[in-house]
Design a protein around this ligand. Structure first.
Ligand code: PSU
Length: 304
């Protein structure tokens, strides 16, 4: 038996086929500064509840995978230092050693699946980093999408990445990439990456049906739903690009590598945009939580 500890609210939702939306914790510990991280985590949970679904924020503490956190746990995670950023490779090791760990997209998918949760909302998935042809830096999030049957709602992949290579890699792995309501693949802070999305769907009902059909077809792996940031909150591509490039050169000059790259870039872009990137990040996560709740509701309805 996996060492899962569900909150009473989540356990009840699982028992009653109430729609549930999984939420990750790396965005809290490594993606946003305190106190906006904790405030956002709370607002995202409230958004899911307002849509009639149950939020399940996931993290590792005291040798257990917690599915659904208390207010106190959210607060302490949001202020904790030296929290491990957990992916597929180190989830079990963190549990074994009794450390505190925040789950990335990959680890959250694994934990959601164990808890019987089909849908997960985040900001942006990890992907193929720029320069991957020499560094080999490719996020474990991509392989997880190929293996674990959870539908992930994100605003695309983060624009700090090499987006054409990220899409190529997802295609190789057989991961459905579905833009919601538009043809273009979104680019996290901007609605349009300039790349066409491989698939497009315009309703939560169709996305839910495709999720269930993949199971019926015996296809392993999940789906990436790429939900563009709301128009009023986006930072246009032309405007954010120079900041991304400045942050990338700085990361290279300082020799930032591996798991530290994404948190460093997000923090630098926050400074370079005078906080606008964080405002956009919060808006897109809230919007993804809304869509994920609709999809979870549809999956619960279509299952019965
Ligand atoms: N979405 C956000 N901010 C984040 C993340 C997602 O809006 O910080 C996190 C997720 O946990 C994702 C991770 O798995 O960034 C990607 O990290 P890496 O590039 O090191 O794989």
């Amino acid at each position: 038996m996996a060492p899962l500890l569900m909150s009473p609210e989540v356990a009840e939702a699982v028992a009653n086929n109430t729609p549930i939306v999984a939420l990750e914790s790396t965005i809290i510990t490594h993606g946003m500064p305190y106190p906006q991280n904790v405030e956002t985590a709370r607002r995202v949970e409230a958004e899911v509840r307002a849509q009639g679904a149950v939020p399940a924020t996931i993290a590792v503490m005291d040798r257990r995978i917690h599915i659904g956190l208390t207010e106190d746990q959210l607060q302490s995670l949001g202020q904790a230092q030296n929290v491990a950023k957990l992916s597929r490779a180190d989830l079990a090791a963190c549990l074994a050693s009794g450390g505190t760990g925040a789950t990335t997209v990959a680890a959250t998918m694994i934990c959601a699946k164990l808890a019987g949760i089909s849908v997960f909302a985040t900001g942006g998935i990890g992907g193929v980093h720029r320069g991957a042809e020499t560094t080999f830096d490719i996020s474990a999030d991509l392989r997880e999408l190929a293996e674990t049957s959870v539908t992930v709602v994100a605003a695309g992949a983060k624009a700090i990445l090499d987006l054409p290579k990220t899409l190529e890699y997802l295609e190789t792995l057989g991961v459905p990439v579905i833009a919601y309501g538009q043809d273009a693949f979104p680019a996290f802070w901007s609605r349009d990456s300039g790349l066409k999305s491989p698939l497009r769907m315009d309703s939560a009902r169709d996305i839910a049906a495709a999720h269930l059909l993949r199971g019926q077809l015996g296809l392993p792996g999940g789906q990436l739903v790429a939900n563009p940031i709301p128009a009023g909150d986006e930072i246009a591509r032309g405007e954010i690009t120079p900041h991304i490039e400045a942050a990338l050169s700085e990361a290279a000059a300082r020799g930032i590598a591996a798991k530290a790259v994404t948190p460093f870039l997000l923090q630098r872009i926050f400074e370079l945009t005078a906080g606008r990137s964080l405002h956009a990040n919060i808006a897109l996560v809230l919007s993804n939580a809304r869509l994920a709740s609709e999809i979870a509701t549809e999956i619960a309805r279509q299952r019965t």
